[in-house]
Design a protein around this ligand. Sequence first.
Ligand code: NAP
Length: 232
Amino acid sequence: MPLRNRAIVLAGGSGGLGAASAQLLADHGADLVIGYHRDRTRAEELAPLGRIVQADITQPDNRARLLDAAPALYGLVIFTGMAARVSSDWDEQLHVNYTGPILLAREAAERMKAAGVSGAIVLIATMQTVGLFPGSSIYAGAKAALVHAGRILAKENRGPGGIRVNIVSPGVMNAGMAAVSIQSGKYDRYLQDQAIPRWGHADDIAKAVRFFLEPDNYITGQHLLVDGGLNL
Ligand SMILES: NC(=O)c1ccc[n+]([C@@H]2O[C@H](COP(=O)([O-])OP(=O)(O)OC[C@H]3O[C@@H](n4cnc5c(N)ncnc54)[C@H](OP(=O)(O)O)[C@@H]3O)[C@@H](O)[C@H]2O)c1
């Protein structure tokens, strides 16, 4: 149980993918802070797994409040994201999918460094950072920037006693923001063409997150696609 009692913040942890990771990490004894933005009812369902904190990570004081909830911070996973169909406002998309997450990751790394903690950060992007989907410039572009900046953060924090930073990119998962699109039949062709063996499960992402968080993990600066082969 290497994650037992480790303080881990899950920004956007109340969402479809975040909730599965919260459950898996709680099963491993982690001390969780679970962040949400607007949907308090959904977040409160996870209260048995950890402390629930409201924070809009595009706002500096909210980011500080989220990190303050975990004074002995060891790990941070940033699930926060906004699908392209939710908003076509480029500034909002950029702030939720890129600027907010990377600033939160940087601020967490600074805190870990100041406390002498050799922690781990996991950013959640999308397979659309690799696959090219017409109409997704702002969402995928912002997430691609997150992958790049995340790898820079990994380089800035590598070395003895450093902080590992990795990125997990989901494909079409039958949870969270993609569930509606799956139900509408939008992605049926991926199964019909046998491009993927099944829809992804939120647990597929949770296992990758746990892997990167484990204290004896030797990997940093990597981008892992968890998409059943869709990017190919
Ligand atoms: N589901 C998929 O198939 C899929 C595929 C590729 C990539 N992804 C990526 O995976 C991540 C998780 O997605 P999901 O499917 O779990 O989505 P989701 O169910 O919509 O969850 C999104 C989470 O982010 C939070 N959030 C949104 N805006 C925020 C803000 N400004 N500040 C703080 N938190 C904010 C939401 O809180 P509230 O609900 O309280 O607003 C929620 O906890 C996202 O980054 C998404 O881009 C998902």
